[in-house]
Design a protein around this ligand. Structure first.
Ligand SMILES: [Zn+2]
Length: 362
């Protein structure tokens, strides 16, 4: 965790960095272009297009109040602190490490927040919003720069908004690939007498991954990709027939979808990870999927792309990955995985990763 320097030191640092920045070339400027928190408690962000944001929340401790922060790629030129009002104590813009930008919102004591319900929504490629607190708190807007689009874009913007109403996942717009060219096998983990992980409130891995897999299948089919599911309902299916199904097709890739459980069912363990067994293609596919699923799971840790010796990815002939879409035993992940909206988002993300891979590798 990054500890911010106290105000006095920070001011020194600010001067120092500011002077320095005018001398040294900036490698890559911050992806954060503008931000505002409006009186309704909504944080709006404008970034460089397709920036990879990461958001976090931490409960108050002895030193700080509740804090929400967002990390952006690219280095901030001039770290600064802005005084808050209403429920917000302070807003800090800093660089937690070289090449990064961090926007921290620290809340006053006794502010009632419900971080588990927070969702970072992408309005389009470079605008984001997240509701942080209830309008019952009086709050005067704070911000820097213009978060709205420029005037000439208003028409496009309206079109976007209409699109957004119809389809909440517009920001994950799926890439086009050559139709009727690709074949994908999707493997929903477990099934039948094997429910897989059992999470908080009895949520079952088999159900979650089957639903996500079916949505992935529909999304890919719409793009002209042929998709086979190793199981289409809650049946018992051993690992070797899953592999045979894949190996008996000319499938380009194999994607097994799972959800995690931690030993001892620890509620503080959350996060997403994607495994591959061998080859640069498997690794690339894993990376593309991991990147996308993280985007729709703000605050959930990135456990990374890893090599794993799981049977289904070890014995399939084609590039193969195993995706873990969150911890059913984790407080943050389980609450989300319960919801169909989140399952849809994850399915969009997985489909997007797959399509990006197919488009690139062909
Ligand atoms: Zn599993």
């Amino acid at each position: 965790m990054i500890k911010f320097l106290d105000n006095k030191l920070f001011r020194y640092l600010f001067v120092f960095l500011f002077l320095n920045s005018s001398v040294l070339p900036v490698e890559s400027s911050s992806a954060l272009a503008a931000w505002a928190i409006n009186s309704k408690g909504v944080l709006e962000l404008r970034t460089k297009p397709n920036a990879n944001l990461k958001a976090y929340f931490q409960k108050a401790n002895q030193t700080y109040g509740d804090r929400f922060w967002v990390d952006f790629p690219g280095e901030l030129k001039n770290p600064r602190i802005l005084k808050g009002n209403g429920p917000i104590k302070e807003i800090r813009l800093g660089k937690p490490n070289k090449g990064k930008t961090r926007l921290v919102i620290e809340f006053k004591e006794d502010t009632y927040l419900k971080p588990l319900t927070w969702q970072m929504v992408g309005l389009d490629q470079n605008r984001w919003r997240i509701k942080l607190f209830n309008p019952k708190y009086f709050f005067k807007k704070i911000g820097e720069g213009t978060v709205e689009k420029k005037r000439e874009n208003i028409k496009a913007n309206q079109k976007n908004l209409i699109h957004k109403k119809k389809n909440n996942y517009g920001y994950l717009k799926l890439p086009e690939v050559k139709r009727n060219k690709f074949e994908v096998v999707i493997d929903p983990g477990h099934g039948g007498p094997d429910p897989g992980a059992i999470g908080i409130g009895g949520i079952r891995e088999t159900d979650v991954v089957l639903e996500v897999s079916k949505i992935v299948k529909n999304l890919l089919s719409e793009k002209g990709v042929k998709v086979s599911l190793t199981r289409a309902n809650d049946v018992d299916l051993d690992l070797s027939p899953r592999v045979s199904i894949a190996n008996n097709t000319d499938a380009d890739i194999f994607v097994s979808i799972h959800a995690n459980a931690s030993r001892g069912k620890r509620r503080d363990i959350n996060g997403l990870e994607t495994f591959y067994y061998r080859g640069w293609k498997g690794r690339l596919l894993a990376k593309r999927i991991q990147k996308q699923i993280l985007r729709v799971s703000p605050g959930s840790p990135d456990r990374g792309v890893k090599q794993g010796r799981f049977y289904v990815i070890k014995n399939t002939r084609m590039p193969a990955v195993l995706v873990e879409i969150g911890f059913l035993t984790g407080r943050l992940d389980a609450r989300r995985l319960e919801k169909i909206t989140h399952r849809k988002r994850l399915a969009y993300a997985i489909a997007k990763g797959i399509l990006e891979y197919l488009d690139k590798v062909g």
